[in-house]
Each structure stands twice: as C-alpha cells, then as structure tokens.
Write a protein that binds this ligand. Structure first.
Ligand code: NAD
Ligand code: ZN
Length: 342
C-alpha cells in the first residue's frame, strides 16, 4: 500500500510502498478515506528537536483520519466492515490504575499512532477495537477527519462550565479556533481569542469568537472595557504554547477563574505566582481527549449544528501532500485535508 513515511532523518516525508498492516484478534483494519495534517506532523516533517528525539525512522506517520472498516479480528463483535470510523490516537495500556478505573485519558503508558506505532497517512491503518469511534454513515468525511484535534478543543473548552461565562482563548491555531466555536455552541457570552496572525483571527470570528485580538496592536484590558466587562474573564484556555500569551491570559482573568492548558511550551515558563494565589485560580493541564466522553460530545455537537467546515482551508489528493505541508508551514492554512481515495 501507499503510505507517507519518515524514511530518513531529515526534513520531509516520502510516499512509499509499504506492506499492509496485519491485524491481531482484537484489532480493526480501516481503509483510510481522508486525513488531516496536525502540528505534530509538522514537527515530524520539519524534523525539529522534538521529532529527532521521539520519532523512530522509518515510521508511517499521521493520526488525524476517517476511514471505513474493511476487516475485523476474530475477537471483535461490536464493529463490522462498512462502518465509517475515526480512531483515538492514544493507545492505552489497559492495566494501570487509571485505565482500570475507566480514566483511560490519564494512562501513563500511552503509545501514539503515527508517533510510536504506524499511523494513518496510508491506505490502511490497524487499531485496537478499544480505539474505534463510529460515525453516523452520512457524516461529512472532511469534518470526521478532524475528530482528533477537534477532541483536543472540546476536551479543553468543556473542562469548566462555559454557559453564560466570558472565555479568553490564547492562540487562534486550528485548535483554538475550534475551541472558540465550541464555547459559543455551549453558550458562552463573550469568547475573545488572541493571536498574532490576522487571518487566523478573522477565521476565529467567522467560526464564533466574539472578538479577535491581535496582541501586537491591542491590549486585552481595552477589549474588556469595549465589551463592558468589569471583573475579568471567567475561563481561560491556553492554546498557544507561548509564554507571554499565557502571562497575558492570567492577568486578564477574574478572581476564582479556571484555566485549561493545552498549548505545549517549548521550555520552562515563568509566571507571577502571586496572580495565581491572590486570584485563587484553578489551573488544569489537558492531554488528548477523554475516552470517550469527549468523543461523545463531539458527535452530538456536530449533530446539533456545530459547523467545523470553515476551518478546512485546503483539500488535496494525497499524492500532493508536499503542497499541504508547505501550506501549513506558510501560516496561511488552518486545516489541510488529504484525500486517500484520489
Ligand atoms: P498552532 O501552533 O497552529 O497554534 C498556536 C497559535 O498561537 C498560532 O496561531 C500562533 O500564531 C499563536 N501565537 C503565537 N504567539 C502568540 C501570542 N503571543 N499570543 C497569542 N497567540 C500566539 O497549534 P494548534 O495545532 O492549534 O495547537 C495549539 C497548541 O496545543 C499547540 O501548542 C500544540 O502543540 C498544542 N497541542 C497540545 C495537545 C495536548 O494534548 N496537550 C494536543 C494537540 C496540540
Ligand atoms: Zn494505562
């Protein structure tokens, strides 16, 4: 089968013929229909320090996908060929205390598809049945391909109640933008999002943010006044990984505010802990998606009218993958879909 492979320890990916994955008795074989390019894939493409440390070569990469089940292992009774599915990219151990208690997102022994085990930028991918999420048959396939990062957005955005609250999101990357859409859908009042990229801020507003703030030219304190806010934001979502964005976020929260942290900083970040203490903030780290509460909410929010389609800026046949990676590197793209049927 065709697959995008990290074949050499340098920039790029290579379209290769590799053997089809074999399935064990508890596994499901999926014919991939669409994939999306994630920030993690960009690290792997660009072969930065993180990728050099974490990605074995060769490796079939990719983890954002939707496909159709074509074969199931002999132990698999709940899934059948023809179903349209995505996969939870974190394969958990199933045996640790958290897994045994049903808190699988807290497993300390996860292995990631397209990072530690063969991924979905391929014609076929194999996954344990415990990682399968079934979509309704008529779901928009491009949207279904986004469930992995959409899940990051939902997990973070719904970590604390947002109904009637004012939410501040740092970082209008694809995940920040989807989080803005989720907060609006879930009944937040003001959803203010920051970035340094005007195009991304425009897209965020198109998808439901009340106000995009370019932090190079505007101050959040002024935006609060403009919106008639007097006490600060109730909920903060850190989705930039940028230290100054995080500090700015903390400064603009109300007393007792809640903060969910998804963005991954490249190193240690210093903050003024007095702010955390005297404002009595709650800060929660977020990794991946809750299995499978987040997935359930994703499906029901799509069913109840949440529209993710505007986040897709590029659709390409898989053989034109290099154009997709270039678009992502240019900062002009939000989500790039690769079509594996073409
Ligand atoms: P992204 O890199 O596309 O988005 C980050 C955005 O932050 C960019 O648009 C960038 O312009 C913006 N930014 C940079 N400096 C800023 C500043 N000073 N103020 C405001 N915004 C600023 O990433 P993404 O794919 O949307 O992911 C968001 C973050 O979440 C990344 O840090 C990513 O590594 C992380 N992530 C974490 C998990 C997890 O499980 N914890 C999963 C996926 C992604
Ligand atoms: Zn575990």
């Amino acid at each position: 089968m065709k697959a995008l492979v990290k074949q050499e320890a340098k920039t790029g990916l290579w379209l290769k013929d590799v053997p089809e994955p074999e399935i064990g008795i508890n596994d499901v074989l999926i014919k991939v229909k669409r994939t999306a390019i994630c920030g993690t894939d960009m690290h792997i493409w660009n072969w930065d320090a993180w990728a050099q440390k974490n990605i074995p070569v060769p490796m079939v990469v990719g983890h954002e996908f939707v496909g159709e089940i074509v074969e199931v292992g002999s132990n698999v009774n709940d899934f059948h060929p023809g179903q349209i599915v995505s996969g939870e990219g974190h394969v958990v151990c199933g045996r640790c205390r958290n897994c045994m208690a049903g808190r699988r997102h807290l497993c300390a022994h996860t292995s990631g598809i397209g990072v530690n085990r063969p991924g979905s930028f391929a014609e076929y991918v194999s996954l344990p049945m415990a990682n399968i999420w079934v979509h309704r048959d008529d779901i928009d396939l491009d949207v279904a391909a986004l469930f992995d990062p959409f899940g990051n957005a939902v997990h973070t955005a719904l970590s604390f109640p947002v109904l009637g609250e004012d939410v501040l999101i740092a970082g209008a990357g694809p995940i920040g933008i989807m989080a803005a859409a989720v907060c609006r859908h879930a009944g937040a009042r003001h959803v203010v999002i920051t970035d340094i990229n005007p195009e991304r801020l425009r897209l965020a507003v198109k998808m439901g943010a009340t106000r995009g703030v370019d932090v190079r030219t505007e101050k959040l304190a002024d935006v609060q006044k403009e919106l008639g806010m007097t006490e600060g934001f109730d909920v903060g979502l850190e989705m930039s990984g940028n230290p100054s964005a995080f500090r700015d976020l903390l400064e603009n929260l109300c007393h007792g505010a809640k903060v969910a942290m998804l963005g991954i900083p490249s190193g240690e970040v210093a903050i003024d802990w007095n702010t955390v203490i005297f404002k009595m903030l709650t800060i929660k780290g977020i990794y991946g998606r809750e299995m499978y509460d987040t997935w359930y909410k994703m499906s029901t929010m799509i069913d109840s009218g949440l529209d993710l389609r505007p986040i897709i800026t590029h659709r390409l046949p898989y053989a034109e993958f290099a154009d997709g990676f270039d678009a992502m590197n240019s900062g002009k793209a939000a989500k790039v879909i690769l079509d594996w049927s073409k």
